[in-house]
Ligand binder design. Structure first.
Ligand SMILES: [Zn+2]
Length: 589
């Protein structure tokens, strides 16, 4: 292929534009290699004469580099104003990334303290993302403190485990939200006892031994149960009996006195402590050391104050809990922290029930905590969803109080923005089918950039050598199914072929032409391919845990596990392992 004078002038212009932009983004100094790479990705037809172009690019780069930066910018403004506009728009888009609205009453506190308080009875999933990310981001925004508090005070029904605590710590690390401080409630039981006794002594709480049904009926009718009017001395005696084991499980609870006329019966004299037989249900950290355990609202309310939490950021399903806890704060003479309640965030099609996840994994319904069907952070991470994508999505939604439903596609869109520039491209053929092309008269060396926008990352290369004018290739089964005789298609970056014969497991074609322009003329479909005998076996585990098997080009062997790549015309995948077989997980299109 030779270049005409007319063509050459156009090429010079293009090189100059690319070199100027390259120089402008590198303090006035362009470099030959990336300029050449960008040129070839813009004009793939020139790949055949890349060698001859090197000296021309070199010459223009030198010319551009001899100009001062201001002059480079002026030149681009004058001749290619639309290019700079695009760059500006990109910057503007970046600047417009949403930030969080301010927190209320920050000036009241010497330091903002937020917290995330998981029960370590499961790994974390997308449903916790909002609480974690908002609490973390707000703490950072105000140079404050982000606390993690493990709420492990139910050894019976919401049984925690040390395994989950560790996995949650790792989840937080991965999400980029490491806590400044960590507390575990099972270390703090004596503290809760201290406040229980104080409240009993001061008449703000009582030990109720009524059968639950009986109590419920009375409270619904706004009537006190007989225990409500016991003296503090009698209550403290009963409390001792709870601690010492005189009462069995279910025979006594400590209740906080509220308002029997409260319009919401759930607020009336709520339970603060109950007995759990820890000889039967030992706690994973403290065994059977305690048998009287605080309930959620008591432990949480006490801790938020003692830990200096200034801003509680949580879902609006906690509004009732706030009302319950406010009684405690009043009795203890404390001021309730600022509370921000966001609306429900639904993720279409995501299983967010912790008990279902735990049961499914324990019963072998799922392959583990990182089963691709789950919305756990472990599963998302394994599939190549980046924590920055989750973070960006959550910050954009913010702490608004309206309910909102997002789809997986919303999350994928955020993730695509992050991984598209990172992920190198490869050819993957699913259910490959043989393709023989006749009439190929010469050898082809094919160089394809690993990433079209990043020529500096280098190329993948294929050597196509005909034998008796024939080459044997493979294409994807899905592509093969669409082919019909006489149709012209372009084998990406190689040449154009005309289909002659379509069998179920073999396609016969004849060489048609070389240039991309020819293919464009007839609107030929572009399909990807591999030389026969060159593909490596590769599995793609899909989000529904099904497996697509195929062949991937051999240069993928150089990739390290955990890298995210794009299989062209297939989608983004995360490489999990590279052995005789390569295993990847599908992220999204
Ligand atoms: Zn009672």
């Amino acid at each position: 292929m030779s270049i005409s004078t007319e063509n050459l002038n156009a090429i010079r212009e293009t090189i100059k534009r690319i070199a100027l932009l390259n120089a402008i983004s590198h303090e006035g100094k362009a470099q030959t290699k990336p300029v050449l790479g960008k040129l070839l990705s813009e004009k793939p037809d020139l790949r055949g004469v890349a060698r001859e172009l090197v000296s021309l690019v070199d010459e223009i780069v030198r010319e551009v580099n001899s100009m001062p930066l201001e002059e480079q910018i002026e030149t681009v403004k004058k001749f290619w104003p639309e290019v700079l506009k695009k760059e500006r728009e990109k910057k503007k888009e970046k600047a417009e990334e949403k930030t969080l609205p301010p927190l209320p009453n920050v000036e009241k506190y010497s330091r903002v303290v937020t917290r995330f308080a998981p029960n370590p009875d499961c790994v974390l999933h997308l449903g916790s993302a909002r609480a974690i990310i908002l609490s973390y981001e707000y703490a950072k925004k105000y140079n404050g403190l982000f606390i993690v508090r493990f709420e492990d005070t139910d050894p019976r029904l919401k049984k925690s485990s040390l395994e989950f605590m560790d996995l949650i710590r790792k989840d937080l690390e991965w999400l980029g939200c490491p806590p400044d401080k960590e507390y575990i409630q099972s270390d703090r039981i004596e503290i809760y006892y201290e406040y229980a006794e104080k409240l009993l002594k001061e008449g703000y709480a009582y030990i109720c031994t009524c059968p639950p049904d009986e109590f419920r009926n009375r409270i619904r009718a706004s009537e006190p149960c007989p225990c409500r009017n016991l003296t503090p001395e009698e209550n403290l005696r009963r409390w001792e009996s709870m601690l010492s084991g005189t009462y069995a499980e279910g025979e006594a609870v400590m209740r906080i006195k509220t308002d029997l006329e409260h319009p919401n019966p759930a607020i009336r004299d709520w339970p603060a402590f109950r007995i759990i037989d820890t000889r039967k249900y030992p706690h994973p950290r403290v065994g059977s050391k305690y048998r009287v355990w605080p309930l959620y609202n008591f432990a949480c309310g006490i801790d938020d104050h003692l830990m200096g939490v200034t801003h509680i950021i949580r879902g609006k399903e906690h509004l009732t809990n706030q009302e319950r806890q406010k009684y405690l704060y009043r009795y203890l003479g404390w001021e309730y922290p600022e509370a921000i309640h966001y609306g429900r965030l639904k993720i279409e099609g995501a299983l967010l029930s912790k008990s279902k996840i735990v049961r499914g994994v324990r019963e072998g319904l799922y392959t583990g905590w990182d089963d691709p069907r789950l919305a756990t952070f472990l599963a998302l991470r394994r599939r190549g969803i980046r924590p920055e994508a989750i973070r960006r999505l959550i910050i954009d939604i913010g702490p608004r109080s309206a309910d909102i439903t997002i789809s997986w596609d919303n999350l994928y869109a955020y993730n695509r923005k992050i991984i598209d520039p990172i992920a190198n491209r490869y050819f993957f053929l699913w259910n490959p089918v043989k393709l023989t092309v006749k009439n190929v008269k010469r050898e082809f060396m094919v160089y394809i950039p690993l990433h079209p926008d990043h020529p500096e990352r280098g190329n993948r290369s294929f050597h196509i050598k005909p034998l008796n004018n024939m080459v044997h290739l493979l294409i994807s089964g899905d592509d093969a199914k669409q082919l019909k005789p006489k149709v012209i298609i372009r084998l990406m970056e190689l040449f154009n072929i005309k289909i002659e014969k379509v069998n179920k497991d073999h396609i016969l074609a004849v060489f048609h032409s070389e240039s991309y322009a020819e293919a464009k003329k007839v609107s030929a479909q572009l399909i990807h391919w591999l030389p026969e005998n060159e593909g490596l076996p590769c599995d793609v585990i899909m989000p529904n845990n099904s497996v697509i098997t195929g062949l991937v080009e051999k240069s993928l062997k150089k990739v390290s596990p955990d890298e995210i790549v794009q299989f062209e015309r297939f989608g983004f995948v995360r490489v999990e392992s590279i052995n005789e077989k390569i295993v990847t997980l599908f992220a999204h299109k």
